[in-house]
Design a protein around this ligand. Structure first.
Ligand SMILES: O=P(O)(O)O[C@H]1O[C@H](CO)[C@@H](O)[C@H]1O
Ligand SMILES: Nc1nc2[nH]cnc2c(=O)[nH]1
Length: 290
């Protein structure tokens, strides 16, 4: 038998959802996970209500700079939204189940779709720092090593035992994202591709970056994919994009090094455009979430 500790079972998660319901006067339909440097996204919400992670029983706490640790509830064009201002990463020391625990809580609250964002390094030489890459697919290096949040007993109230991943990223939302990019002048800066997750917290060695590129990855980061697995398992539509904050170093001749401070700065400089991108995609897909 796998591990199905009380903290992760349906009833325990329902208790957490019930606590949140007691604080929030509506049921959110869309979850937005704010990646590193994307903490500004919740500013687009009307009538925001904030719930700190440390007020929510058994909710994990954010430990990474740029991840505040707050749920922000509000509306945009009538769509009821919850933003996670702060996500959990495997490198923080949390288990793979802990980092994805909020997703099932959100499902119990009524969420139908997840928009996940991340800061990522670019492996594709055609992508520039400051560009966006919409995820068409992913390469789950954690799962290759056996770390998967869906491992263990399956509760069919959430979803089926075996979850397909070939259509994980909602194709209608990808199409809308390209239309929006065109509308807001980002056509040349918005790509589509494959995101690879590694555990971190170190950035890639030259050999690792080269290997990921050979395997077919266009961007690499330390998040998102576990959330996607759990969201798809429980039937949510998923849309995700990488904001490219740095180029991965694939040559021993280069002196550059990625660092988190620069990554935050780059994301900060483009935050208004990223907000506009997210808002317009919600606007164009709103009938699905009302
Ligand atoms: O994936 P998000 O949360 O955007 O954060 C990314 O940025 C950090 C590295 O600078 C890592 O945590 C990486 O995963
Ligand atoms: N693994 C990884 N994560 C990142 N997050 C932002 N940039 C990077 C990067 O280059 N590599």
């Amino acid at each position: 038998m796998g591990d199905n500790t009380d903290e992760f079972n349906y009833e325990s998660l329902e208790t957490v959802a019930e606590f949140i319901r007691s604080k929030i006067p509506f049921s959110p339909k869309l979850l937005i996970i704010c990646g590193t440097g994307m903490a500004g996204i919740p500013e687009v919400l009307d009538n925001p209500i904030v719930l700190n992670y440390n007020e929510i029983p058994t909710f994990p706490l954010s430990t990474v700079q740029g991840h505040a640790g707050k749920l922000v509830f509000g509306t945009l064009n009538g769509v009821k939204i919850v933003c996670m201002k702060g996500r959990f990463h495997y490198f923080e020391g949390y288990s793979i189940k802990t980092i994805t625990k909020p997703i099932r809580i959100m499902k119990l609250l009524g969420v139908k779709a997840m928009f996940a964002t991340n800061a990522a390094g670019s492996l594709n030489p055609k992508f520039q720092v400051g560009d966006i890459m919409v995820l068409r697919d992913h390469l789950n290096m954690l799962s290759f090593g056996g770390e998967n949040p869906l491992r263990g007993p399956n509760d069919s109230r959430f979803g089926e035992r075996f979850t397909p991943m070939n259509k994980a990223y909602d194709r209608q939302l990808i199409k809308i994202a390209h239309e929006v990019a065109k509308d807001i002048g980002l056509a040349d800066n918005c790509h589509e591709g494959v995101f690879a997750i590694v555990s971190g917290p170190n950035y890639e060695s030259v050999a690792e970056a080269r290997a990921l590129s050979i395997l077919g990855a266009d961007t690499v980061g330390m998040s998102t994919v576990p959330e996607v697995l759990v969201a798809r398992h429980c039937g949510m539509a998923v849309f995700a994009f990488s904001f490219i904050t740095n180029r991965c170093i694939v040559s021993y001749e280069e002196n550059d090094e990625p660092n988190h401070r620069n990554i935050l700065n780059v994301a900060d400089q483009r935050s208004e455009k990223v907000k506009e991108f997210v808002c317009k995609i919600i606007e164009k897909s709103q009938e699905r979430w009302l």
